[in-house]
Write a protein that binds this ligand. Sequence first.
Ligand SMILES: C[S@@+](CC[C@H](N)C(=O)[O-])C[C@H]1O[C@@H](n2cnc3c(N)ncnc32)[C@H](O)[C@@H]1O
Length: 209
Amino acid sequence: MRQHVNPLSRNFTQIERIPSLSEMFCDPKLNLHLDIGCAAGEFLFDLALDNSSWNYLGIEIRERLVKTAKLKVQEKEIKNLYFLFGNAYNILKDVQCKLIIKNIKSVSFNFPDPWFKKRHIKRRVIQPEFINFLSNFLQKGSLIFIKTDVKDLFDHMDCTLSSNLNFKKLEKNDFNYSDNFNPNQFKTSREKYVLFNQLDIFERVYIKI
Ligand SMILES: C[S@@+](CC[C@H](N)C(=O)[O-])C[C@H]1O[C@@H](n2cnc3c(N)ncnc32)[C@H](O)[C@@H]1O
């Protein structure tokens, strides 16, 4: 399977119909967490099965992964987990998504594709326009989590988020993990690989003010 997909390709301009929250989840009123670039969704399966007081939504640009994840949700009859296929920014910009965004309590960007070459930096998922869009539509108090093993990518994401005056960095002491979408601190697939190989992890949490 192709590992890297160009998110700016015209193939991703058209998006699938976005269902309403009540079509996605059994209880649409639960807190909603969004994981952007969720790959096969293993992390979200762990979370959804462990934590029935949250709804989890994953967006992934590799269609095959999303199809397989959706089948697995049906087989396991999980009622608080949903997956959408496409470029995350194009999906969230869609009019049908505006109501969904209002319900989001937190968003994670876990180990996004680093796109090392200078001419490919615009393919990175965290871009000023996207963060500006999130800052306009997320409710005050919503959290954004970023995590990567690539220092240069971390600096790029941190600079983009810090440049937006609607987001403030949270210090570890100001933050209670037990209240958030991942109280048992499950690890993503990439994170397990990074930990196994004893690589550095750079992470930060921001709050919408
Ligand atoms: C390096 S993988 C990390 C997967 C997972 N978050 C983890 O930590 O194991 C990055 C994922 O983001 C997806 N992706 C990249 N750009 C995207 C975009 N614009 N919208 C949605 N998904 C994207 C890629 O297809 C890939 O599955």
